[in-house]
Structures are given as structure tokens and as C-alpha cells.
Design a protein around this ligand. Structure first.
Ligand code: ZN
Length: 673
């Protein structure tokens, strides 16, 4: 049987791949890679870039190229059989990665190479990045410590998954049945339909509320019934806690254990805290820099937030005689205030953002900025008939990269939007590979008589993902370890994506893309101005909330203290410092803060703000130079996009901006400073 996954091709043969190919291909490739490494290391005395690093990279790339379409299909064409086989491979891949990370012999060769004078700075960085990964994988520990390291890793992964299971169970357990429509006054019809369907599914009349985010958001934002808002608020912010209904799902002890084990892991690897461990691989150079960065944002943000809060309180007082604005009133009155001041409805904007026109504008902006052309190719094998494929050509018509564009929601496709790599750029001995990206969104598709119509939020999403895409695709680096988004510090990786979002708030670009799909009428100036102005609505309150999360996350990892629920004190202190409204005492937000207790954001939540600062600062330069100016685009391409992870992000930033990043451009963009 031939296995399409094992045939190395420029592009995967999606239509030929089925679930039976997955495990045999992965097993065979991992075995081949193991054998290859063994032979390579056998008798190797003088490691060089050419006799060790390059061949190893080329071999590893085979596994990456094989796995990329598997992971992708699992997300966009999921079925049980496929998922089962996909999941069966995960432990194999994890084990293989751990094995490489703890390969003492390979590690020693890297050490030897790091002293090699003749390496280019880029290759030196690759070797040093490699040494750090070895260190973080525990390669240099005694065998006793290595065993402890593995045990901690295993426990942490179990605790994290228990944490999310508790959140999930608590979310699913809460239900509220409402019979009369009038008790849900204010809630949009689309949500009511949804809630009625949920009731029907349980053979009930009326409406069934649950704690899933869309339900929570709709009720807390629109329900006029204040006590209902309070009820769902309480349920939502006490879930999986000691204040929740079912104490079996209380995450308090899990949080203690997770923090304790993380601290132990960090010490074991030679760091002072888990926050030090986290910043070792980030653009922020140490914990002090992170804390200093967040503190710099507090004063101006808090000042703006207090003003916004006073305005909101006054508005609630004027509209409903409400004297004591509470946590469960914030979204409700904010939405009313937003409507009063900006009168912008996402739904009403849809006809002005037909998808083909938005995509075309996005391409035009890209072409203009970088002097490239984007051309569709139709004879390409994909996973669905609606998927399109494009090539990016430079000014001499040489191919630079290509991408698949899969925009519409459909059955068996994971929700959300993302960019992922199909092929990484690489030019090493005989292997020349151009970058290929997957750009995936979940917009409602076209109908028989009209194209897909996007909300402005969706336009932002498309630009965001395309920003990641050009970071991956416009790289000029030959070494795959640092080409495109490879080797880019995690707190810098959102710079290109957030930067491109600015075009969806850029008036000349909006005038180009926002045209009614039937009449061709351009969205009027007043609407565009309101749309742009609405970006800064309650920006201060949003900012202090994000700072609260980021500081809490960072400080509990930096100043770890043994003892039950010590982190609750940190949360109280942080709130004392930055919150404009004190949540009720029963609020247990930490207990469902999955980003940091069950996701990858531990001691890294600050990255959201960090990257926003970078992108706002770069954008300010774009605006000063002309946001559609080819020279500016070229400068950005040269200094940042083309470089991938070949230099530390701080250096790339300085190459572009001529100085270190500053917070003021973000504060100005948000209307705070
Ligand atoms: Zn992103």
C-alpha cells in the first residue's frame, strides 16, 4: 500500500490522505529519524554545521511535513476515525521530542558548536536557542533529578487537565429554565432562538440558560432583568470554586498544587521562580522588565478607567436611577452607552463588507506595501471545494510563498480562526522549500444569491490571521529553525498580526473595502468615523482589567509562597491597585482562569499587552510615513518580516524603529494618553 503521507511532495495530496495512513506513517518516520540520528552521532568527533545540524534539520523536516497535513485535516475535516488516529500519534511525538531534548550526546555536540568561531551570528543563535531547549528539557540534570523532572511534568499535565475538566463540568451543570419570554426582555432574538432550542433539546418549553460563554455574554449584556443578570454573574464567576454549587469541582487545591509544582520545576532547572523560567524564552528579558512594563501602563490606564467608570455610573443613574452600579451591571449599561454614543451595529455593517471585496482589498494592501503580487492557482488538490490557493510572487515574478484560504464555517471544522504552517521556508544543501501557510476562518458562507458578508469584527479577524501569514511567508531566512515564525519569542509573535488589524481601522483602506455588495455605495464618512472612534470606547476599563489578569498571573508565579490559597491575597492586592470596581467577595475568577492554569499562558498572560505595545509602536511609524507607503512596507519587511527568529525580537524591533519600544503609542491609539 502506498502511503501519501510518506511521499515527500511540495504540497500534501489532501484528497488521498485517510485515517489509515496516519499511524503507520508517523511510526515509520519517527523510526527513520531515530536511525538517522544514531548513524549521524556514531563516531562523530568534530561536529560542524554541515555534518550535524544541517542533515538533522533536513531529516526532521520530513516529519514536520508529514505531520502538518494530519494536524490540519484533524482541525478542518474532523471525524471520529481520523481523530482517534491523530490522537494515537500525540504520545509518540511527545516521546520523540522528549528523547531528543534529553539526548546527552547531541547536547554535548551543541555545546562544542557554540564555541565555534566561524558560525554566522544567525547560526550561533540557532545553536544557543537549541542549548536553551536542552536545558529546559532537563538534559543536564542528575538521573535522580531527571526522574523528578519527568514526574513533575506528568503531574502538571494531569492537574491542568483536571482543572479544565472541573471548569467544563461546572459550566455544563448549571442550567436555568425560564418559561416567560418577558423575563428575558432585552435579549436579542437570535439568542432567544438558541435558548429555545436548548430547552427543546431537553423536552422543555420556554428557554434554557446555561453558562456557555455566548449565553453568559448575551444575558449579562442585554437582559433588562437585573436580578437575572446578578444570578448568572454569580454562577459564572464562582464556577469550579469553593463558592460554586458543587464542591467536587473546586479548583482551589489544584491551583495550590500547580503553583507548587511549577515552582519546584523552575528551581530544579536552575531558575529563581517560574516567572524567571517563563521569561527565559521570551522577548522580555527578565521578570523585572515585565513588572515594570505593566506598572508603566497602570497610572494612565487607571486614570482613564476611573473617568469612564464615572461616566458609566452617571449614565446608569440617568437612565434607570441606579445608584450602585455593580459588576453585573457593567456590560449592560456599557452596551447601552456604546449604542448611544456610536450607534454602530455589526449586523448593519455586513452588507458593506462582502468577503470577496474584503479579501481583494487585503491583497491590494499587501501588494502595495511589499511590491509583490498575489495570484490564484486553481489546479491544486485541497480538502474542500471552497478552499482556494494563492501564490505570492516578488516583483520579478519569482514565487516567494503560497497559501490555502479556507474561510467558511462548515460541519466537522473546528471553530475560530488561525494561521498555521504547511511548509516552512528552508534552503539547506539540496533542500529548497518555500513557505506555505494555511489561513483558516469560520465565516458564514455565501448563499445562492449573495456573497459571504462579514461583520467588522470578522474583517479584523481576517487581517489578523493574514498578518501571521505574511510573517510566515515573507521570510527570507534559509535556516528552517528560525525562518518565518520559527524561533520568534512568544511575546513578540502577535506583532505582525495585530499590526495588520490597523488597516481595518484605517480610513483610506476602509473607504476602499467597505462598499455595499448590491449598490456599490461606499460606507459614508460619518459611519466610518464612528466605527474608528468606537475602538477607544472604554479602552481604559478594558486595559485595567487586562493588567489585573496579567499582574495576577505574573506575581503568583514570581513571588510564589507556600500555603493554601496564598494567591488569593495576591489577587486582592492587585485589585486594590488597579481595579475600578471591586467585585463581590464571592467572585472566584482565578478558579476558571484556564489560560494560565490549563493553557500555555502561565507567567505569560502579559504577552497580550506586550505585543499590543509593539504593534501600536510600529503602526505609529507606518502612519507617520504613510500607511500604504511601499518604502515603509519594505523597511518593515527587511527589518522584521524577512528575519523570522534569526535575531532576538528586541534587536529586530530596534532595527525597525531605531529605539526600544515605548508604551505611549498604544496609550494614544487607545485614546488613553
Ligand atoms: Zn494571533
Amino acid at each position: 500500500m502506498t502511503n501519501p503521507l510518506l511521499e515527500q511532495q511540495t504540497l500534501p495530496s489532501f484528497s488521498l490522505i485517510n485515517h489509515k495512513h496516519i499511524v503507520p506513517a508517523v511510526e515509520q518516520q519517527i523510526t527513520a529519524n531515530r536511525d538517522f540520528l544514531e548513524q549521524l552521532l556514531d563516531g562523530l568527533k568534530n561536529p560542524t554545521w554541515a555534518n550535524l545540524i544541517e542533515p538533522l534539520c533536513i531529516q526532521d523536516n520530513l516529519l514536520d511535513n508529514l505531520w502538518s497535513p494530519v494536524g490540519h485535516l484533524n482541525s478542518v475535516n474532523n471525524n471520529n476515525e481520523f481523530r482517534e488516529q491523530y490522537e494515537a500519534c500525540l504520545p509518540l511525538l511527545t516521546e520523540y521530542a522528549a528523547e531528543i531534548g534529553q539526548n546527552q550526546e547531541l547536547f554535548q555536540h551543541y555545546k562544542t558548536l557554540s564555541d565555534e568561531q566561524s558560525l554566522t551570528p544567525r547560526r550561533k543563535k540557532i545553536i544557543n536557542d537549541g542549548l536553551l531547549s536542552f536545558k529546559l528539557a532537563g538534559v543536564d540534570l542528575s538521573s535522580q533529578d531527571q526522574a523528578r523532572y519527568r514526574e513533575i511534568k506528568k503531574q502538571l499535565s494531569q492537574l491542568s487537565s483536571q482543572f479544565s475538566n472541573h471548569v467544563l463540568d461546572a459550566t455544563m451543570a448549571w442550567k436555568k429554565h425560564i418559561i416567560k419570554k418577558q423575563d428575558l426582555a432585552g435579549v436579542p432574538e437570535s439568542t432567544l432562538d438558541d435558548l429555545a432550542n436548548k430547552a427543546k433539546a431537553e423536552e422543555k418549553d420556554g428557554y434554557l440558560l446555561d453558562l456557555e460563554f455566548p449565553t453568559y455574554l448575551a444575558i449579562i449584556t442585554y437582559a433588562e432583568n437585573r436580578s437575572l443578570r446578578e444570578e448568572i454573574y454569580r454562577a459564572y464567576c464562582t464556577k469550579a470554586s469553593d463558592q460554586g454549587e458543587n464542591k467536587d469541582w473546586d479548583n482551589s487545591a489544584l491551583i495550590d498544587q500547580i503553583l507548587t509544582l511549577r515552582h519546584e520545576l523552575a528551581l530544579l532547572l536552575g531558575f529563581d521562580s517560574y516567572a524567571h523560567y517563563s521569561t527565559a524564552t521570551k522577548m522580555a528579558k527578565d521578570p523585572n522588565q515585565v513588572v515594570g512594563f505593566l506598572e508603566k501602563l497602570i497610572e494612565p490606564s487607571l486614570k482613564a478607567a476611573k473617568k469612564e467608570f464615572a461616566e458609566l455610573s452617571q449614565f446608569a443613574q440617568e437612565s434607570d436611577n441606579l445608584d450602585d452600579l455593580q459588576s453585573w451591571d457593567l456590560s449592560f449599561y456599557s452596551e447601552k452607552l456604546r449604542q448611544r454614543d456610536f450607534d454602530i451595529s455589526q449586523e448593519a455593517l455586513r452588507p458593506f463588507f462582502p468577503e470577496p471585496q474584503v479579501v481583494e482589498s487585503l491583497f491590494e494592501i499587501t501588494q502595495q506595501l511589499f511590491n509583490v503580487s498575489i495570484q490564484e492557482k486553481t489546479d491544486i488538490d485541497t480538502w474542500h471545494e471552497s478552499v482556494r490557493y494563492f501564490e505570492i510572487l516578488d516583483q520579478n515574478n519569482n514565487p516567494q510563498a503560497s497559501f490555502y484560504l479556507d474561510l467558511y464555517a462548515r460541519k466537522h471544522k473546528r471553530g475560530g480562526a488561525w494561521m498555521d504552517s504547511c511548509r516552512d521556508r528552508m534552503n539547506m544543501s539540496e533542500v529548497k522549500q518555500l513557505p506555505v501557510a494555511y489561513l483558516t476562518c469560520n465565516f458564514a458562507g455565501p448563499t445562492n444569491d449573495r456573497p459571504a458578508l462579514l461583520t467588522h469584527e470578522e474583517v479584523l479577524t481576517l487581517f489578523h490571521e493574514f498578518g501571521h501569514g505574511i510573517h510566515h511567508m515573507l521570510t527570507q531566512v534559509d535556516e528552517v529553525q528560525v525562518s518565518g515564525i520559527n524561533g520568534v519569542e512568544w511575546d513578540a509573535v502577535e506583532l505582525p498580526s495585530q499590526l495588520l488589524e490597523n488597516y481595518a481601522y484605517h480610513k483610506p483602506s476602509l473607504k476602499r473595502m467597505a462598499k455595499h455588495y448590491q449598490t456599490g455605495e461606499i460606507l459614508d464618512d460619518a459611519s466610518i468615523d464612528r466605527l474608528i472612534a468606537a475602538r477607544t470606547f472604554q479602552a481604559g476599563m478594558f486595559m485595567v482589567r487586562q493588567i489585573e489578569f496579567a499582574l495576577f498571573d505574573f506575581l503568583i508565579h514570581l513571588n510564589y509562597q507556600q500555603g493554601t490559597a496564598q494567591w488569593q491575597n495576591v489577587l486582592d492586592e492587585v485589585r486594590e491597585q488597579v481595579a475600578v470596581i471591586r467585585p463581590p467577595a464571592y467572585n472566584r475568577f482565578a478558579h476558571s482562569f484556564s489560560h494560565i492554569f490549563a493553557g500555555g499562558y502561565a507567567a505569560g498572560y502579559y504577552s497580550y499587552k506586550w505585543a499590543e505595545v509593539l504593534s501600536a509602536d510600529v503602526w505609529e511609524y507606518f502612519e507617520q510615513q504613510g500607511a500604504l507607503n511601499t518604502e515603509t512596507g519594505q523597511h518593515y519587511w527587511n527589518c522584521i518580516l524577512s528575519q523570522g527568529g534569526s535575531k532576538p525580537a528586541m534587536e529586530l524591533f530596534k532595527d525597525f524603529r531605531g529605539r526600544e519600544p515605548e508604551v505611549e503609542p498604544l496609550l494614544r491609539q487607545q485614546g488613553i494618553a
